[in-house]
Design a protein around this ligand. Structure first.
Ligand code: PAF
Length: 283
């Protein structure tokens, strides 16, 4: 794996690859890598692409600065994982490299409705920062395909919208399945901050999502939602949302729909750790 810290060096290298007819798949990350990230590298490699991974802990997407300070950093272990996964290129820029004119000088994007609900409503400014950094990273790496994990379902929708706004030359977005621990907990960089007892109850989020799916033909969503909220609270979570939405548009639903897929989404905090997860429900 070749590692670049400077944009110019990365771009020179990418230019030679393109001249040799190679296509690239880009996997943006904030580090603290786990099997979910590696599954995206595998997916890009399986598609025959040269894999470009970035590790950049983007300050502009943290509405809560304490969350940024506590975000796990494990660059040496990340490099080892990427090397084992046979990732081709790692881009490891500094904040100055990404925002040379300061964080406010880089263009931002308006995601409209998508930024008003769920993560957007609970983390004001978060998607503005995500859009800002991903647009910047795409302008640097100009990949053919962009790989994202379904675990951040709303982020996937936001970034599909971003690529539409960027227009010609923007990469195709490929979404990889959520990778789960044996008890169902979605893999996340934040999981490593969980204490042992918190880790044990964390899988309740997935159990709630499964119950939302399994009760779609027998119960009203408002009843199932209340049961999930009660269970999560009883297990010590502070619930931010238990929601159901149209899987294509993310329009929130108050009841199960038929004829079009839905997505059930949960965000809840256990202690200081905020966890999110979702599953797609076929109608
Ligand atoms: O999902 C993440 O890790 C981040 O939001 C991303 C897409 C790398 C942008 O910083």
């Amino acid at each position: 794996m070749v590692i670049f810290k400077k944009i110019e060096d990365l771009q020179n290298y990418l230019k030679t690859l393109r001249l040799a007819g190679r296509q690239t798949g880009f996997i943006p990350t904030m580090g603290a890598l786990h099997a979910g990230h590696i599954s995206l590298i595998d997916k890009a490699r399986a598609a025959g692409l040269t894999t470009v991974c970035s590790i950049f802990l983007n300050p502009t997407q943290f509405n809560d600065k304490k969350d940024l300070e506590k975000y796990p950093v494990s660059t040496a272990a990340d490099i080892e994982l990427l090397t084992d996964a046979e990732c081709d290129i790692l881009f490891l820029p500094s904040v100055d490299e990404i925002y040379p004119g300061g964080e406010n000088e880089t263009r931002t994007y308006d995601f409209g409705y998508l930024d008003t609900i769920l993560e957007g409503a609970n983390r004001p400014g978060h998607f503005k920062g995500v859009g800002q950094v991903v647009a910047r990273l795409l302008s640097i790496t100009t990949p053919d395909k962009l790989f994202l994990g379904q675990k951040d379902y709303q982020q996937c929708k936001v970034l599909i919208k971003l690529t539409e706004m960027l227009g010609e030359g923007a990469p195709e977005v490929i979404i990889g399945d959520t990778v789960r621990e044996p008890d169902g907990l979605a893999m996340s960089s934040r999981n490593r901050r969980l204490t042992e007892p918190q880790r044990v109850v964390a899988a309740v989020i997935y159990q709630c999502l499964i119950s939302i799916e399994s009760k779609q033909h027998t119960d009203r969503f408002e009843i199932v939602k209340k049961q999930c909220e009660d269970l999560l609270k009883a297990k010590g979570f502070a619930v931010e949302y238990v929601a159901l939405a149209d899987a294509r548009t993310l329009q929130l639903l108050t009841q199960y729909q038929t004829g079009a897929p839905m997505v059930a989404l949960i965000a809840a905090k256990i202690g200081e750790i905020r966890l999110i997860d979702n599953i797609i429900i076929q109608a």
